[in-house]
Ligand binder design. Structure first.
Ligand code: SD4
Length: 364
């Protein structure tokens, strides 16, 4: 796992070459539900990879790499690089939706189970693969988290290429949002009934090798139209992703502000350490996040006005995912191949509160 600086820059170049490729139930019912039983079964399906649904190509790649003995974090990062470099995904890297000022600012973090290390970058500009910059922070510095201009300077020194990440399509979407947005609007008090596109995604990926070594990574362009300088959960070790090589890994997509307050990925891993299945651990994290949600973001029955999803994998290859509302899928690749499966959920989509949603509450 000890890479030289030159090896690393080579790996970054290989990822950049991927650009060409990229273009062409309720909680209490779970342990007894068919889904709960199947995912809880201790079949050895490793190497195994779990991610948000937009990682469907990435989980296949990560598993393929681990079958060739790749490191779990290298495999997971290669998996998310596909999405980072895909200009049609407006949640991540190149083509990500920008902040209020029309500037794309990216967040990413990663953890390497076997060596118990972590790296992260927040609000980094002009670098398409922040996941690899987060890994470089982990591999080549004595620090864990670099942000803003310092993170970009470090990336350039490490040989990453600077590029404009605001695609024409993302710029058009941002202009439409801006045209409907009065600069005098208060951030917390805004009826967002205008039909503009919000970010769909972020990618979290967690991988376990046949031998039980684990890696995790999350990468995003963050909440669309955010205040410049806003850093979300994806960059925060313990919130956007977390990995403990003795237990498993977890990560999150959705409203980062709700996840940060419960250190969600860490919470999920700790639930698994205490015996919860990955799916059950994800559901418990959602319940905790809702308990910690401010009144303006829930209705009178405590139904959230936002989305939040957790993904988890255990050291033995069991996996799971849960979303607040029904209807979402996640990606998994294991001995049965790469596929999408339905996320467990707390509430039916039909129970989602109707009516105006506060500004910035939506993130998918
Ligand atoms: C954030 N969690 O920056 C990210 C956004 C996201 O689906 O996941 N969107 O808050």
């Amino acid at each position: 796992m000890s890479l030289t600086r030159r090896d690393f820059i080579g790996a970054g170049a290989a990822a950049a070459a991927g650009l060409a490729m990229a273009r062409t139930a309720s909680a209490s019912a779970l342990p007894d539900s068919p889904v709960g039983r199947r995912r809880g079964a201790a079949a050895d399906n490793r190497p195994a990879v779990v991610s948000s649904a937009n990682g469907i190509r990435g989980v296949a790649k990560a598993r393929e790499m681990m079958l060739q003995n790749a490191d779990p974090l290298d495999a997971a990062i290669a998996g998310v690089n596909i999405t980072e470099l895909d200009p049609t995904d407006h949640s991540v890297g190149l083509g990500g939706l920008p902040n209020e000022d029309g500037v794309v600012q990216l967040d990413a973090s990663c953890m390497h189970g076997p060596t118990r290390r972590a790296g992260a970058v927040g609000a980094i500009e002009d670098i398409a693969t922040p996941s690899l910059v987060a890994k470089a922070v982990m591999d080549y510095t004595d620090h864990i988290f670099l942000v803003g201009a310092g993170a970009k300077k470090f990336a350039l020194e490490m040989g990453f290429k600077e590029q404009n990440l605001l695609t024409d399509e993302a710029r058009q979407i941002w202009l439409k949002w801006k045209a409907n947005h009065d600069p005098n609007d208060a951030w917390l008090d805004h009826d967002d009934d205008v039909k503009v596109q919000f970010t769909h995604g972020t990618i979290n990926m967690n991988a376990v090798t046949a031998g039980g070594d684990i890696g995790s990574v999350t990468t995003t362009s963050g909440m669309s139209y955010k205040i410049p300088g806003r850093v979300g959960d994806s960059a925060i070790v313990g919130a956007g992703q977390y990995c403990d090589n003795d237990v498993g890994a977890s990560g999150s997509t959705g409203r980062g502000e709700a996840n940060i307050k419960i250190a969600g990925a860490f919470f999920v891993v700790e639930q698994m350490r205490n015996g919860a299945s990955p799916e059950e651990a994800c559901l418990r994290a959602l319940q905790r996040a809702i308990q910690m949600t401010e009144a303006r973001l829930v209705d009178e029955r405590k139904r959230p006005r936002y989305d939040l999803t957790y993904y988890a994998i255990a050291k033995d290859g069991r996996y799971g995912s849960a979303n607040i509302y029904s209807g979402l899928q996640f990606a998994v690749a294991d001995a049965r191949g790469a596929r999408l499966e339905p996320c467990a959920y707390l509430f039916k989509e039909s129970e989602r509160p109707r009516g105006p949603v506060p500004m910035h509450a939506l993130s998918r």
